[in-house]
Write a new protein. Structure first.
Length: 306
């Protein structure tokens, strides 16, 4: 009973590792893309410096676009998330920043400002609309395609599993917005549930993006991997008629038999899963209605990436 969902998990892991270690993924790097000239709270909807705005620590320290930060306050790193956390953890402190500029390392001194910056969740992702007071250096990180080693790939996949599980738990709450997108002309949310039709449309759009063919292929493989991961998690729900429901019945039967054996009682016999068929009919009906709703939304108001 576990073999089917487990095969989805295997496919997801193999495809994720192929992309992460073979193609690489687009992510922020420790290379400087641009330097802010002043300190502006990220709660303000502007990017222009005004009179009275203090100079940014990055500009004051002489940081330039193209510099690659290799060490911060004595800690060597090539990971953007680690560098970001280090900067945030040193508000008001004067620290050394070692950069690789034109092939040679230079040490700069920067006094980290205290600023309102976007909040990060436990996965290192930006939380939209939420801010915290933390250290601020004042530069934008360049984005590049970076191949991951096996350890980083495992961490990345673990984070994605957690996010997928959270998304599955939040699925019922997305039904009203999905209904409005399908029948009331409301805007389709970017994280709206998608079915096979929606995934196929997104797959087609991937190959129209103005990115290298290798990255188009990598994105397509990621889509297939994510689909398999979702199928694994969905099928493991302990509800009939899903595989998880049958597994739950088998585990309950095994538990009863083992408890009876320990207590030296008669074997209670097989667990009659048929008694749960009314529940299975209700669950199946809900799944059919949800599938039809997603299908309609995918046809009339699909999720678009371009």
């Amino acid at each position: 009973m576990f073999a089917g969902p487990f095969m989805n998990l295997i496919l997801a892991v193999v495809l994720f590792l192929t992309v992460l270690m073979g193609f690489g993924i687009s992510q922020q790097t420790t290379t400087v893309s641009s330097v802010s000239q002043c300190v502006i709270s990220q709660t303000e909807n502007r990017d222009d410096c005004r009179e009275g705005d203090p100079a940014s620590p990055a500009a004051a320290a002489g940081l330039k676009a193209g510099d690659r930060i290799v060490a911060f306050d004595g800690v060597r790193t090539d990971d953007w998330n680690e560098l970001s956390d280090l900067i945030r953890a040193h508000p008001g402190e004067t620290v050394s920043v070692v950069v690789d500029r034109d092939g040679s390392e230079r040490t700069l001194e920067a006094t980290i400002a205290t600023n309102q910056v976007a909040k990060k969740d436990s996965h290192g992702q930006i939380v939209q609309g939420e801010y915290v007071t933390a250290g601020f250096l004042g530069f934008s990180a360049a984005t590049g395609v970076v191949k991951q080693d096996f350890g980083d790939s495992v961490v990345w996949m673990t984070d994605r599993v957690g996010e997928a599980a959270d998304a599955l738990a939040a699925l019922p709450g997305k039904i009203p917005a999905l209904w409005n997108a399908a029948f009331d002309g409301a805007e389709r949310e970017p994280d709206s549930p998608m079915g096979v039709v929606g995934a196929a449309r997104v797959g087609g759009e991937i190959f129209t993006l103005d990115i290298p063919p290798t990255q188009q292929l990598a994105m397509a493989l990621m889509l297939v991997a994510g689909f398999n991961l979702s199928l694994f998690l969905f099928n493991m729900l302990p509800l009939l008629p899903l595989d998880g429901g049958h597994i739950a019945g088998a585990l309950w039967e095994s538990l009863r038999r083992n408890v009876a054996r320990v207590l030296r009682r008669p074997d209670p016999g097989p667990f009659d899963v048929a008694k749960l068929m009314p529940v299975a009919y209700v669950v199946a009906g809900i799944f059919v209605c949800f599938t039809l709703l997603v299908l309609v939304a995918d046809v009339v108001n699909p999720v678009r990436i371009s």
